[in-house]
Design a protein around this ligand. Structure first.
Ligand SMILES: N[C@@H](CCC(=O)N[C@@H](CS)C(=O)NCC(=O)O)C(=O)O
Length: 214
């Protein structure tokens, strides 16, 4: 099984899961700056020209949530509740909410602070961030209210929904996301940060080629 990744938040979720479950996978770092996502070979695997992509035999799969679900099904992990329909729709609800609402609400902060500084593409756009606060607060209220009585997002245990929801938000302090007013979100993110594979999901640097097998 191969996972193509770059050092970014969607691949991070998959790499964290692989490490957390102790799965065997060949983790192949794609050279983003050298245009590795735009080669015809990579585009044939993932026409979005984005990472992550999983290749397992004849199966080629993209979208981090789908890859995480596949990895859980393959290994029997209940982080994706494959055999319990009511739990499954609960996880699916938070995966969908993350992609449709929470992700877009936190993304401007993550991009303006983390991505721009990583690639040296200028200072954060403070006007844009100011305009983004209302949307962040609107959805933070939803998540904080949900987490008020819970340790994890769904099913009263760690699931792939936590990894999907928490990736960009983990950097809330560095990204000036004003989440101080949402103590349940902060506590939940801190709980996740104590999971070793979540805190450090990145494969060890391999000598060329950049492949890590767990
Ligand atoms: N919804 C996709 C998002 C994939 C995605 O946007 N990947 C980003 C990194 S987080 C990427 O490959 N960016 C590089 C680019 O667009 O050139 C998923 O969850 O897998």
């Amino acid at each position: 099984m191969k996972i193509y990744w770059i050092k970014a938040q969607a691949p991070r979720r998959v790499l964290a899961l692989i490490k957390h479950l102790g799965l065997k996978a060949e983790c192949i770092e794609v050279d983003l700056m050298a245009g590795g996502l735009k080669t015809p070979e990579y585009a044939a695997l993932n026409p979005n020209m984005k990472a992550p992509t999983l290749v397992d035999g004849d199966l080629v799969l993209w979208e981090s949530a789908a890859i995480m679900a596949y990895l859980c099904i393959k290994t029997g992990s209940d982080m994706w509740p494959a055999h319990n329909p009511s739990e499954q729709v609960e996880v699916l609800r938070w995966l969908s909410w993350s992609d449709c609402h929470w992700g877009p609400a936190v993304a401007p902060f993550y991009f303006e602070h983390m991505v721009k500084s990583t690639f040296g593409i200028g200072p954060p756009d403070s006007a844009l961030l100011k305009a983004s606060v209302a949307e962040l607060v609107k959805f933070a209220k939803v998540l904080d209210g949900h987490l008020a009585q819970r340790t994890f997002a769904a099913c009263e245990r760690l699931t792939i929904a936590d990894f999907q929801l928490a990736s960009m938000a983990s950097y809330w302090r560095e990204s000036a996301m004003s989440l101080e007013a949402f103590p349940h979100i902060v506590r939940w993110l801190d709980v996740l940060q104590r999971i070793p594979a979540w805190a450090d999901p990145w494969p060890a640097k391999a000598s060329a080629p950049a492949i890590t097998t767990y």
